[in-house]
Design a protein around this ligand. Structure first.
Ligand code: FES
Length: 125
């Protein structure tokens, strides 16, 4: 049983929205995202075992959760910390956001996002 199945079985009252994640190979993943568990998009991707690292644990300090917003469900406005992190990240586009800074809410039903390319880490050098 995957983590999401476990969450669903414990939270029969949960509200779920549908979110589409396009991975780095262009494959679409149609995910069910709980809106009442205080989760963010980075955590959602990890719970479905998509290749998102989330190295800093959601503190807007690593950019390993960078995604591209492909639909108009989410504002492209970034917080100061998020902007500062993206200023130092690779492959940043106009529609880049940090997945960990996007809380799962009912407004996100139908959201489409793409995973940004993996960023090189010190260990790669
Ligand atoms: S998990 Fe580190 S910036 Fe999002």
């Amino acid at each position: 049983m995957g983590l999401m199945d476990l969450i669903k079985s414990f939270s029969m009252e949960s509200n779920f929205v549908k979110i589409i994640i396009i991975d780095r190979l262009g494959k679409e993943h149609h995910l069910e995202a709980p809106t009442d568990m205080n989760m963010n998009l980075m955590e959602l991707c990890k719970s479905y075992e998509l290749p998102v690292e989330g190295t800093c644990g959601g503190m807007a300090m690593c950019a390993s959760c960078q995604i591209y917003i492909e639909s108009n469900h989410v504002s492209l406005e970034r917080s100061k910390d998020e902007q500062a992190m993206l200023d130092e990240a690779w492959n940043v586009q106009e529609n880049s956001r940090l997945g960990c800074q996007i809380k799962l809410t009912t407004q996100l039903n139908g959201l489409i996002v793409k995973l940004a390319p993996e960023t090189a880490t010190d260990e790669d050098w």
